[in-house]
Design a protein around this ligand. Sequence first.
Ligand SMILES: [Zn+2]
Ligand SMILES: [Zn+2]
Length: 139
Amino acid sequence: MSDLLQRLRGRGWRMTAQRRVVAEVLAGEHVHLTADEVLAQATARLPEISRATVYNTLGELVSLGEVIEVTTDGRAKRYDPNAHRPHQHLVCADCGTIRDVHPAGDPLTALPSAERFGFTVLTAEMTFRGRCPDCRTRP
Ligand SMILES: [Zn+2]
Ligand SMILES: [Zn+2]
């Protein structure tokens, strides 16, 4: 069973066949799927699943804090099940592949106090961009 399914079980999430399929599609590492990709993969496993159920389930997983929404470079919003380990994203500028990365040091300390304008800084998001190995070797 995936981490996500295990976490949902642990919190007593009502597990129907449809909701289970959505959680299964989101299982794994470096998973950052758009809602349409989740829908396509869920439909492949459970043809009768409805678009509304997939979208509602995604919204619910986000409000539970078990899945995070990721937006990079104005591309479609993506759903990321790696919600409990803080991480940043490494994005291929050509194909949009996304990897979860963990830069050394605490990103919050990277902002000097003179640049904080009296704010209490809570989170920081960083996007590293480049070209993935597949795109780099493509002629
Ligand atoms: Zn690429
Ligand atoms: Zn991620």
